[in-house]
Ligand binder design. Structure first.
Ligand code: MTE
Length: 362
């Protein structure tokens, strides 16, 4: 479906929600399109590239209506390698602690990296002339979500400061190809370093506002609730709207439950820190976090991409648990306990990951 690999893990066929296997995600720094995860709150709309228009309005001096040809011709093209991560990535480990009804048990692979081509949103906003009062940029898309309360098309917003940073794109290309429909073609927003929910697909309107978007996916979903809050009755306005991605990491190879032969075992995975932070170290433990060794980092894809890490361990026959944690450039490390992070919507599980495998005698 949607030209994804056969080993893709499909959480839901309609709306389409799927992530690659760990082994598939491990293959490359830039995730191939057939491997990239996809998260949809409604049906994938068919948007004719020739009929597509972007409206830019609200608190701007010169409202714009731009077609794709004009977007490509009038603004400087940019390419950014950026990782997208869903706020629900690694929710499965939270669900294992306490059930989270109505939310898919995403694993660590709701995280992927692409080379995005487009123009800077900031350049388009400069052409429209943002008024001083504009503090937020709201994005609207045509896909209707029946999961929203009330049912509505998808929308979201980001702050003016982020929206005018050069890495934020209106993108029409992914890994050198036209942006596929399931990833938001013909044009989507790409907000590197922020939760995937803000990278609005099939974007057709950008509105400069004083306040964040009134859309359900900004106002109600994607807020962080304390463990004891009831999402139905909590005072959501007191709960933070999620924006930049938390420091995170996981093992991709070997996958949990797999069997390897005793001796030298290659272990690898990814680590990612959102926005203006960088991964500076990844630690691997074979004794549940009592002692650690440092993995080698591969970080050549630029400031907005994940880093890949690998190490080799000496494995003795029996069960082996590989624990991983990353550190970022602020000196912060991932928290140790997923139980301490449990929240009613299952967002932002960035606890140490534990991968248990069987080691067979040679
Ligand atoms: N944009 C629209 N229009 N509709 C959506 O359902 N899902 C968001 C975001 N943009 C969504 C959207 C979420 S939650 C994520 S994690 C990313 O798109 C996923 O992008 P992908 O499907 O290209 O991986």
């Amino acid at each position: 479906m949607w030209q994804k690999r056969e080993d893709t893990i499909v959480h839901e066929a309609e709306p389409y929600n799927a992530e690659p296997s760990r082994a598939a995600l491990a293959v490359a720094m830039i995730t191939p399109i057939d491997t990239f995860y996809s998260r949809n709150h409604g049906s994938v709309p068919t948007v004719d590239p020739d009929g597509w228009r972007l409206r830019v309005d609200g608190l701007v001096e010169r409202p714009l209506q731009i077609d794709l040809a004009r977007l490509k011709a009038e603004f400087e093209p940019r390419e950014v390698v950026a990782t997208l991560q869903c706020a629900g990535a690694r929710r499965a480990d939270l669900v294992a602690i306490r059930d989270i009804p109505g939310e898919a048990p995403w694993g660590p692979c709701a995280t992927s990296t692409a080379r995005w081509t487009g123009v800077s949103l900031g350049d388009v906003l400069a052409a429209a002339g943002l008024q001083d009062a504009a503090e937020h940029l709201a994005f609207e898309a045509p896909d209707l979500s029946r999961h929203a309360d009330a049912a509505q098309p998808y929308g979201s917003s980001i702050t003016r400061r982020k929206a005018t940073s050069p890495e934020v794109l209106l993108a029409w290309g992914m890994n050198g190809e036209s942006l596929p429909a399931v990833h938001g073609g013909p044009v989507r927003v790409v907000v590197p370093g922020w939760i995937g929910a803000r990278s609005v697909k099939w974007v057709e309107r950008v509105t400069a506002r004083r306040d964040p978007s009134p859309n359900y996916f900004q106002q109600t979903a994607y807020r962080l609730l304390p463990a004891d809050a009831d999402p139905e009755s909590a005072d959501l306005h007191a709960m933070p709207m999620l924006s930049s991605v938390a420091l995170n990491s996981d093992v991709l190879v070997p996958s949990p439950g797999s069997t390897v032969s005793a001796g030298r075992v290659d272990v690898s995975g990814y680590a990612y820190a959102g926005d203006d932070r960088a991964v500076v170290r990844v630690d691997v433990s074979l004794d549940h976090g009592q002692t650690w060794r440092q993995a080698e980092l591969e970080q050549d894809a630029g400031d907005w991409a994940w880093c890949r890490w690998h190490t080799t361990v000496d494995a003795e026959p029996g069960a082996l648990t590989i624990t991983v944690r990353a550190w970022d450039s602020t000196g912060a490390a991932q928290p140790d306990s997923a139980a301490g992070l449990w929240n009613p919507k299952g967002y932002i599980n960035n606890a140490w990951s534990h991968t248990t495998i069987d080691v067979a005698a040679r």
